[in-house]
Design a protein around this ligand. Sequence first.
Ligand SMILES: [Zn+2]
Ligand SMILES: [Zn+2]
Length: 267
Amino acid sequence: MGVSLSMLASGSRGNCALVASTRTRILVDAGISCRETFKRLKSLGEDPRSLSAILITHEHSDHIYGLATLAKKLRIPVLMTGATHHAWAKAMRDAKGERPQLDQLERFESGHSFQVGDIAVKPFTIPHDAADPVGFTFRAEGIKIGIATDLGYLPVSVRDHLRGCDVLVMESNHDVEMLRGGPYPWSVKQRVMSRVGHLSNEALADFFVNDYDNSATFVVLAHLSEQNNHPEIARREAEKALATRGHLFHNRVLLAQQNQALEAIRL
Ligand SMILES: [Zn+2]
Ligand SMILES: [Zn+2]
């Protein structure tokens, strides 16, 4: 079977990915409805009942929308940091002011590795306007997968965590000119462009040109804005940047989608 990554959904209307080894299957974020998550898993030939755990990067709704229902249905561990859980529970109070329950909540700390089955998980802090946001690297069977979306810029610490990845899932949120000239109110534009907002095509290209170790067989562009980006612009920018180093053929660029699951990347 080997190790695989499936991008079930990516973008501001919901994020969800599946990282799987031969024995373990981890859902990363639960930003689409439970029903849609099940549907997309099945479209890839995956049985939702075979999931081992759900990991959450941060409490923004596009990452947790389906969590409560999924956790209830699947009865599997849900892992997030204490601060993320606190923020999630506060935001999810029901009409009576009751906080939602997660029967199998497990907390991790950013910077501290842990195991889920045979997958070693390392959460790392990312600059984003949430309580305690993290990216992840996953290691199993000699393969390393890195996921870094929802971050205003790429600090040295994040770049370090992303070294040696066989698959790299990177945010390519917006084209700076499209965002500037686009329909968002100025306050929202400022938030997106800030150091705790979202990563632009240009910032990602800069990373590829100047600091990327060329380790990945697959580069997945993720969390694309539907208003302020275009898939072909994001792809062109990334491929151009990777090609400046003469390495394009080693880095297949894929685009994660909002409305449908991307075929599994198998390693
Ligand atoms: Zn976010
Ligand atoms: Zn997001």
